[in-house]
Design a protein around this ligand. Structure first.
Ligand code: HEM
Length: 229
């Protein structure tokens, strides 16, 4: 983030294509944290692993884990995609919303300055940024980086009043649920971070399934905290 902000200092008073900037940032962050290398080195490693398989037509199994090298390469790709595009999208929409809503931009700036002054924000105190987390939640609600997930039904199940037969694909549309007037009120389409001022439970009337940008249940997002940090 420091490197990116340093670059921005050369563009004072000019427009910046933030989506591209955040793409570089998030690619670098996920590479360094998940793979301990820069973006380019990380991809080089993936390419080497992949070509190992193509060249030797090997289905290598790692001892003790039933998982082949091509499974690992697939997992690495998932991590890159899951950890990069999502946060890139979240950052871009959030900056866009703050550009439209100057009052919230001011509030956010005030909070950061109060907590950190001129210091670079440190990881331990990031969780104290209450206004910022309200803004992030509202951004996630309005412009969920993931629009929906699907679930395959293996055997007939009852979901409330619904009986869903086996072999059906269910789509759980986050965006529709998070914009539903029935749950969020007549102002559902407006940017109002205040809804989250007393936490997610209060904002959702204890119906946590109405705010699920990271999914829900045992297969929800493993990068939830990392992503919002
Ligand atoms: C704003 C950021 C993010 C959003 C909105 C997001 C959203 C999601 C959603 C909706 C799912 C599917 C959950 C489900 O099927 O119920 C998911 C899964 C996943 N996410 Fe994220 N994600 C974010 C950031 C990240 C980051 C930073 C990482 C990695 C460091 C990550 C790694 C994963 C992985 C590996 C899965 C698959 C989990 C599984 O199938 O068990 N995500 N994410």
């Amino acid at each position: 983030a420091e490197t990116m902000l340093g670059r921005w200092k050369n563009h004072v008073g000019q427009e910046i294509e933030v989506f591209q900037e955040f793409r570089l940032l998030t690619a670098e962050v996920i590479s360094r944290t998940a793979f301990g290398s820069s973006y380019l080195q990380g991809f080089e490693m993936l390419m080497k692993l992949s070509s190992l398989l193509v060249n030797f037509d090997l289905k290598l199994k790692l001892p003790g884990i039933r998982i082949s090298i091509d499974d690992i390469v697939d997992e690495c790709k998932s991590f890159y995609f899951a950890g990069q595009e999502t946060v890139n999208t979240l950052l871009s929409w959030t900056v866009f919303l703050l550009a439209l809503h100057n009052d919230w931009q001011e509030e956010a700036r005030k909070e950061v300055l109060q907590l950190f002054g001129k210091e670079t924000p440190n990881p331990n105190d990031l969780s104290k940024l209450k206004t910022m987390s309200m803004i992030i939640n509202e951004s996630l609600r309005l412009y969920s980086p993931i629009l929906y997930v699907t679930r395959s039904i293996e055997r007939t199940v009852r979901l409330g009043k619904l009986i869903v037969p086996a072999d059906v694909e269910l789509i759980i549309p986050f965006l529709a649920i998070q914009h539903d007037l029935q749950f969020w009120g007549q102002d559902a389409h407006l940017f109002k971070p205040d809804r989250f001022s007393e936490g997610v439970a209060k904002a959702t009337n204890n119906n946590m399934a109405t705010f699920i940008p990271f999914g829900m249940g045992p297969r929800n997002c493993v990068g939830l905290h990392f992503g919002t940090t």
